[in-house]
Design a binder for this molecule. Sequence first.
Ligand code: 8Y4
Length: 283
Amino acid sequence: MTSVQSSTRLPCGNRVLDLALTHVMGILNVTPDSFSDGGKYSQLDAALRHAEAMVATGATLIDVGGESTRPGAKAVSPLEELERVAPIVERIHRELDVIISVDTSTPAVMRETARLGAGLINDVRSLRRDGALDAAAATGLPVCLMHMLGEPGDMQDNPQYQDVTKEVGEFLAERMARCESAGIPVERIILDPGFGFAKTLQHNLSLFKHMEALHAFGRPLLVGVSRKSMIGQALNRPVGERLYGGLALAALASQKGARILRVHDVAETVDVVKMIAAVESAE
Ligand code: 8Y4
């Protein structure tokens, strides 16, 4: 294992991500309940306008997801997921200057969206579904491996760790080894501690505090905490009042070396990242 970043440039399809900087990834949900009015075409237009607004305010990546990971969410068939995600990937690729990340665990969605212009595979299940390792390898795209125990439906049933950061690191090391065996080189891997996935508030806080330990793998870190319940629980805030807590965590994550921040509130988070860069580039 090396602790030296082998390259500061990560090819993502037809674009390159400069890993010397902290990037903001805007979240774009294309599950039907996120745009309840109108038909297929108005939903597509609404999603495209949302993506456009996030790019205009400084997102360098857009994470497109068609399957809800909320506990209790209904399972989506691969075809249904593809029908949600493919049109928006195609449109963003055609119309916007941004790296498209596809939030999927589904092999067919990985293969088809890569063909349509996706630049990154973001799989909360770390390529554990049948065929996912081979599908991701075939795309040649980078992959974000995220820590989660169990499945979204049961992951919050009494999660337990001796040392959460150590165990997250061990999980990610195992998944990285599986990737290498399947033909996904380590240079194409992004790592994610998986905040809120099979973790209590204390687990999330401890993992956040010690996330620098994951730099030992020499791979860029992605952090997703935007509006999550760890903010709600720490501050006693409902989901609509978690912005300031989230921005504090964005600043801390950036300070701790996270390279991609997955967020809902792009404009606000871009200001945080730019302000930090301004100070860091001073004499
Ligand atoms: C309010 C809004 C409360 C959203 C909770 C949530 C991550 C991720 C998700 C993450 C990576 C979410 C797809 C959960 N979280 N991908 N995806 N890392 N790589 N919940 O942390 O946003 S979905």
